[in-house]
Ligand binder design. Structure first.
Ligand SMILES: [Zn+2]
Ligand SMILES: [Zn+2]
Length: 183
């Protein structure tokens, strides 16, 4: 998975930076986040006083995202920026244990391995929009018969959508509505 040995960076002075190419060819984020093609990106690892600050960007294709208009599923390309500070659980020089970080997922293990898998999972999940659309011009479903309007026009009368406004006109301008009705 997306694990990096950061022993040498932990030994370096505060402020030391390292650029890391991200290429996770077999992503496994669980059923919540179906990603089957490589996750690509770049990150900058910076030695801080307490640990290592990781800042970067990753891109992934999330499969089976549901279109909020037509309800079909489609693969969605997602790009997200991320930033987290990882904390070592042992002192890199002495090997003595250090107090654990508040967030277990931001822990550098006792072999100085920093794992970005959980960070990617969380940021990519957030990057999938709640109201995703399969394409900007998606026409969605007919509210009356449920036919997918991308495949053509349905048999429904388009009148119902106009009626609320007609009712409003009756309320606002009773005289005019009357005259329309009489025509
Ligand atoms: Zn759609
Ligand atoms: Zn219809």
């Amino acid at each position: 998975m997306s694990a990096y040995n950061v022993a040498s960076l932990l030994k370096a002075p505060t402020g030391t930076m390292r650029v890391v190419e991200i290429s996770e060819t077999e992503p496994r984020f669980g059923p919540e986040l179906p990603v089957r093609s490589p996750v690509q990106g770049q990150a900058r690892f910076t030695r801080t006083e307490d640990g290592i600050l990781v800042q970067g960007q990753v891109a992934a294709t999330v499969e089976e995202v549901e279109c909020s208009r037509c309800l079909t599923t489609f693969p969605l390309q997602v790009v997200t920026q991320f930033e987290e500070e990882f904390i070592p659980c042992v002192d890199v020089v002495t090997g003595s244990p250090l107090p654990p970080p508040e967030d277990e997922t931001l822990r550098i293990d006792d072999r100085h391995v920093l794992d970005l898998t959980e960070t990617f999972r969380q940021y990519l999940l957030i990057a999938v929009p709640l109201k995703a659309v399969c394409r900007p011009a998606c026409k969605g479903l007919c509210p009356t018969c449920g036919v997918e309007l991308n495949n053509g026009v349905c048999e429904c009368d388009q009148e119902p959508t106009a009626r609320p406004f007609a009712a409003l006109a009756t309320l606002l301008m009773p005289d005019r509505a009357q005259s329309i009705r009489q025509r």
